[in-house]
Design a protein around this ligand. Structure first.
Ligand code: DAH
Length: 350
């Protein structure tokens, strides 16, 4: 028995004739002839019918499809004629608009803000130190004397002023350089505020490293200090545990390993329990269950003195961490260069 689809064809015809622009016409085409449209829906029922009914059902549907196709084509031609007969400068206000591209924060900016926000909630203020620093602030003031072997750990870009010869070793404290860590901001922050203080200092740092998947000649750090009359190592531990649990999850554990930095005594490196495998061992923590995230310690008396604080009256703790490293861990990024290539396909994922 032939199947009668004429009511569907009539309804489609009425709707198509009422349309006034291309976008609405396209909507109707999708509604009737699209992959999930009315015709497709009927087509999908064919295999469920008794074999002897399939042919009639199918040819009726083809008929319907052709009729709707004819109506759509006629309307399309009619709309095209209206536009082509329009006077010059005609603007088709019915065309759909172009969506503006929305900007977003760079993943490093997002992570840096997250770090700063956590410390702000813990009572820290933010201080911004210069990227072009003096040799004094980058080294001497931080208890890293000239020609002391500890300086080798901080390979540094020196700035050559016009007519001035530059040598890495022989230098005066007045030489300019690109800071190789954010620690010199400690000195400037102390000079700018009376103790007690709690300050974090985010920013760019520079080192003449060859670029590879884990090194770049420019990267970001966040430095922190807290100075008070009776501040202790346990205060440092408490603050860093609170920070790491906010940043990496409440179940995060911290491990403090004794270490050496010229500007802190005692010094420690801090590992967090791997937030991916929860300490079981995976590729992120290199099967150890722990990931190194920062350096810290009690501020050396010489450093307090450089900042103008009396080390007999004041004690402080300090810490420093790399923003790229934390962002790479958090987002599972395995190549630092991705941050700086500014490929929108990468940036749009954050
Ligand atoms: N300045 C160190 C670096 O760049 C990081 C650091 C370690 C900062 C220990 C600190 C600290 O304030 O206490 O490797």
């Amino acid at each position: 028995m032939p199947i009668d689809y004429s009511h569907i064809a009539d309804e489609a015809k009425l709707q198509i004739e009422a349309v006034a622009d291309k976008a609405a016409l396209e909507e109707l085409r999708i509604k009737y002839l699209g992959r999930k449209g009315v015709v497709a829906e009927f087509m999908a029922r064919i295999p469920t019918l008794p074999a002897d009914e399939r042919k009639a059902y199918g040819s009726g549907l083809n008929d319907l499809k052709n009729k709707i196709g004819v109506c759509l084509a006629a309307k399309e031609a009619q709309l095209a004629a209206i536009v082509s007969s329009a006077p010059d400068g005609y603007i088709d206000v019915t065309l759909p608009g172009k969506k503006p591209l929305l900007g977003r924060f760079h993943p490093l900016t997002q992570v840096e803000s997250e770090i700063c926000d956590i410390f702000r909630r813990l009572g820290f203020k933010i201080f911004d130190g210069p990227e072009v620093e003096t040799e004094y602030h980058n080294f001497e003031a931080l208890n890293i004397p000239l020609e002391h072997p500890s300086r080798d750990a901080f390979d540094t870009f020196y700035i050559k002023l016009a007519g001035e010869p530059v040598s890495r070793l022989a230098g005066s404290t007045g030489k300019l350089l690109l800071r190789s860590h954010t620690s010199p901001a400690q000195i400037r922050a102390m000079k700018a505020a009376k103790p007690p203080v709690a300050i974090i200092m985010p920013g760019r740092v520079y080192r003449p490293d060859s670029v590879d998947a884990s090194h770049c000649f420019m990267f970001h750090q966040v430095e922190g200090i807290a100075v008070d009359a009776k501040i202790r190592f346990s205060d440092l531990k408490g603050i860093l545990i609170a920070f790491a649990q906010e940043m990496f999850g409440q179940k995060t554990k911290l491990r403090f390993r004794p270490s050496f930095f010229p500007f802190t005594e005692p010094s420690a490196e801090v590992d967090i329990s791997c937030f991916l495998c929860r300490g079981q061992g995976c590729s992120v923590c290199k099967k150890s269950g722990w990931i190194e995230v920062l350096g810290c310690g009690m501020m050396h008396p010489h450093v307090l003195k450089s900042g103008g604080y009396d080390p007999k009256k004041w004690r402080g703790f300090a810490f420093g961490m790399g923003v790229e490293r934390i962002a790479m861990l958090k987002f599972g990024i395995n190549d630092i260069r991705l941050f700086f290539e500014n490929d929108l396909r990468f940036l749009e994922q954050f």
